[in-house]
Design a protein around this ligand. Structure first.
Ligand SMILES: Cc1cc2nc3c(=O)[nH]c(=O)nc-3n(C[C@H](O)[C@H](O)[C@H](O)COP(=O)(O)OP(=O)(O)OC[C@H]3O[C@@H](n4cnc5c(N)ncnc54)[C@H](O)[C@@H]3O)c2cc1C
Length: 557
C-alpha cells in the first residue's frame, strides 16, 4: 500500500502515520529531518520547490551570495561534513551554497524522506485523534504527532501593490523568485526597485549588463566593503586547525558570528583608539567591521561615530557631493536595518553613464505604466522591472498557512494583537507545534546556521525528553508566552532597532503591526535560556500523556 493511501485510510483516527511532519527543506528542515531520523522517528519533509536549499534554491538573482563568511555558513554537527566540504570564496555564491545542499542531501540520504513540489496549505489539530492533520495543495492530508515549521524567516516574497502593475508590458522579476535560466539584460532598460541587501548585490551586476539601469531608492543604506577573496588551501588548513574554537566562539556571541568585539563601547576610549578600531574593522570588512564596538546597537554615541565613519568613506568614494548625499543614510542608526555588504563597487556603480538614481522619497512612484514607471515628477521607460523589495519577514511563512490549534483557535486569532511565541518556538493552544526562526527568536539578526542548529537541537531534545518520560503532548503555557513576548519587547526598547523603519519590525508590509519581530537580547542569551528551560524539565511548558491531560491544565492559566 502506498504511503498516501495509508495516510488516507487512517487520517484522524488514533495513531498518526508519522511521528513528525516538517515543512521546508532549507537549513532548518534538513537538519530537523537528520536529527529526528537519528532518533528513530518516522519523518516526512514537505517542500514546495523541486529541490533542497530553501533560500538558496529560490534566490538566484545576479550577484546573489551570502554575507556570512563561508566557513561558518554551513552545518557544524558533522566533523566529516566539515572536513570534506570547501567553499571557494570568503563569501559563498548562491550557486555554491546550493551545491552544498545537494551534497548534504546526498551524503545523509535525506531525499528519500522529502516530498518535493508540494505546498502545505493548512494544518489542523484534531482533538479526537490528538494528531495534526496537514493539508497540501495536491488535496491530500498527512497525520502527524509533531508538526515542525521550518518555513524560513525570509521565504515569503513581497511586492508593493503599485497601481498599474498588471499594465506593464515588459518582464518583471522578484529577486526571490528568480528563473533558473539566465535572464537577458543586454540592450535593455532595466529598473531595480529597492536598495536593501539584495539590491546592493544585484545593482552592480545588472549595471554591467544592461543598456541602462534605473535604481529606485527609498532608503539609502550603510553599505560596507565585504572584502571578498578566494580561499586557498592554506586558508582551509588554518580554518580546520581552529574549527573547534571557531564554532565555540560563534556559539558564545550575540550574533552567532565567530568574532569578539574589539571594544565594548566608544565610551572611555581615546580618539586614536576609536579611529584605529574603525580603520582596522574597515580593512577586515564585512560583519567583522560590525564587531568593532559591542554597544553599536544600544548606544547612540557609538552608533553615531560608526555611522559618521561610514558616511565619510562614501563621500571619499564619490567625487559627486550631491550624489553622495543622496546615497548616505540620514534616517536610521547603522545596523538597525539589515546592513548590506558591497562586493562589486556598489557606490561607484552610480558614477557609470548608464545608471540613474531615482530618489522615491523626493518623487514617489505613482504607478507602473505599460512601458515603465511613473513617479510624481517623471516617466521612465523600461523593458524589465526587478523587484528587490524583500519579504514579509519572520511571520509571513507562518501566517500564509491556515493553522488551527486546540479548541478551534486559529493562528490568525492567536496573533491578532501581534505575533507571540515562547522562546520563538511555541504558542499556547498549539500542542506539539514547533516553529524554527519564529517570532521572538533571534532568527535573522544572527548568523543563521548557528542559530538554526541550536533551535533544531532544542526542539528535537524536547521530543526526546517527551519520549523518555512518557509524555505525548507539550504546549507552551499562556503566561510563558506572554512573559517572553513582554521580555522581548522590553529588550528591543533598550536597543536602537526601534529607531528605524525596517523589515525587522514589519514596517515594510502595509498594515503589519510595527513591533520588533526578533529577540534582540543576543543569540548567546537566548541559547542560555533554552538550556535553562530544558534543564528544568521544559519549564514554562505543559507536558501531558493525553490531550485531555493537557486540556485539564488550561484552568491553571
Ligand atoms: C538573499 C538572502 C541572503 C541571505 N544572507 C544571509 C546571510 O548572509 N547570513 C545568514 O545567516 N542568513 C542569510 N539569509 C537568511 C537565510 O534565509 C538563512 O540563512 C537560512 O537559509 C534559512 O534557512 P531555513 O531553513 O530556516 O529557511 P529557508 O532556507 O527559507 O527554507 C524554507 C523552505 O521552506 C519552504 N516552504 C515554506 N513554506 C512552505 C509551504 N507552505 N509548503 C512547502 N514548503 C514551504 C520554502 O520553499 C523553503 O525551501 C539570507 C536570506 C536571503 C533571502
Amino acid at each position: 500500500m502506498g504511503l498516501d493511501q495509508k495516510l488516507e485510510d487512517s487520517a484522524g483516527v488514533g495513531n498518526a502515520d508519522l511521528d513528525a511532519v516538517v515543512i521546508g527543506a532549507g537549513f532548518a528542515g534538513l537538519y530537523s529531518l537528520y536529527r529526528l531520523r537519528e532518533m528513530g522517528l518516522s519523518v516526512r519533509v514537505i517542500e514546495k520547490a523541486d529541490d533542497v536549499g530553501g533560500t538558496w534554491y529560490h534566490n538566484r538573482y545576479p550577484g546573489c551570495r551570502c554575507d556570512t563568511e563561508s566557513h561558518v555558513y554551513c552545518y557544524s554537527f558533522s566533523d566529516e561534513l566539515l572536513n570534506e566540504w570547501e567553499y571557494s570564496e570568503r563569501y559563498p555564491k548562491q550557486q555554491e551554497i546550493f551545491q552544498y545542499f545537494q551534497h548534504v542531501a546526498d551524503r545523509f540520504d535525506l531525499r528519500k524522506d522529502i516530498q518535493f513540489e508540494t505546498e502545505v496549505e493548512s494544518a489542523e489539530f484534531d482533538e479526537g485523534s490528538g494528531n495534526w492533520v496537514v493539508g497540501t495543495d495536491d488535496g491530500s492530508t498527512l497525520s502527524t504527532k509533531h508538526f515542525i515549521l521550518a518555513v524560513g524567516p525570509l521565504s515569503d516574497p513581497f511586492v508593493p501593490d503599485f497601481d498599474g502593475t498588471d499594465s506593464f508590458e515588459g518582464d518583471t522579476y522578484h529577486t526571490a523568485k528568480w528563473p533558473h535560466e539566465r535572464v537577458d539584460f543586454e540592450g535593455k532598460s532595466v529598473a531595480v526597485i529597492g536598495t536593501g541587501s539584495t539590491g546592493a548585490q544585484a545593482i552592480p551586476r545588472v549595471a554591467e549588463r544592461a543598456d541602462h539601469l534605473t535604481v529606485y531608492q527609498r532608503t539609502p543604506n550603510y553599505i560596507i566593503p565585504a572584502r571578498n577573496h578566494r580561499l586557498t588551501e592554506e586558508d582551509y588548513e588554518e580554518i580546520r586547525a581552529n574549527y573547534d574554537e571557531i564554532w565555540e566562539t560563534a556559539r558564545s556571541t550575540q550574533s552567532g558570528h565567530p568574532y569578539e568585539y574589539t571594544y565594548p563601547s566608544v565610551e572611555g576610549l581615546s580618539e586614536e583608539e576609536i579611529q584605529t578600531a574603525l580603520d582596522e574593522g574597515w580593512e577586515k570588512g564585512g560583519f567583522r567591521f560590525f564587531h568593532a564596538f559591542g554597544d553599536l546597537l544600544s548606544n547612540w554615541e557609538t552608533n553615531d561615530r560608526v555611522a559618521e565613519f561610514i558616511s565619510s568613506k562614501i563621500r571619499e568614494r564619490l567625487d559627486d557631493p550631491e550624489l553622495a548625499e543622496k546615497l548616505i543614510p540620514d534616517d536610521h542608526p547603522y545596523g538597525a536595518k539589515r546592513p548590506p555588504l558591497d562586493y562589486e563597487g556598489y557606490y561607484e556603480t552610480y558614477l557609470r553613464d548608464n545608471v540613474t538614481l531615482v530618489d522615491v522619497r523626493e518623487a514617489p512612484i505613482e504607478r507602473l505604466t505599460s512601458s515603465g514607471i511613473r513617479t510624481t515628477d517623471a516617466e521612465y521607460e523600461h523593458d524589465v522591472i526587478i523587484f528587490a523589495t524583500g519579504f514579509d519577514a519572520i511571520t509571513g511563512g507562518f501566517t500564509r498557512l491556515d493553522i488551527t490549534g486546540r479548541n478551534g483557535t486559529t493562528l490568525e486569532a492567536a496573533w491578532e494583537d501581534g505575533p507571540r511565541a515562547y522562546l520563538g518556538y511555541s504558542i499556547d493552544g498549539f500542542p506539539n507545534m514547533h516553529m524554527i526562526s519564529g517570532p521572538q527568536s533571534p532568527a535573522a539578526i544572527t548568523n543563521q546556521p548557528v542559530s538554526i542548529e541550536r533551535q533544531v537541537e532544542f526542539i528535537t531534545g524536547m521530543i526526546d525528553y517527551m519520549r523518555e518520560n512518557g509524555y505525548d503532548y507539550i504546549e507552551a503555557r499562556k503566561e510563558s508566552v506572554d512573559d517572553w513576548v513582554e521580555h522581548t519587547a522590553e529588550i528591543a526598547e533598550k536597543t536602537l532597532y526601534t529607531e528605524a523603519r525596517s523589515w525587522y519590525k514589519g514596517d515594510n508590509i502595509p498594515g503589519k503591526p510595527s513591533t520588533m519581530l526578533m529577540y534582540a537580547g543576543g543569540f548567546d542569551n537566548h541559547s542560555e535560556k533554552c538550556d535553562e528551560v530544558a534543564d528544568n524539565g521544559y519549564e514554562g511548558y505543559k507536558l501531558a500523556e493525553t490531550i485531555k491531560g493537557l486540556a485539564d491544565t488550561d484552568v491553571e492559566v
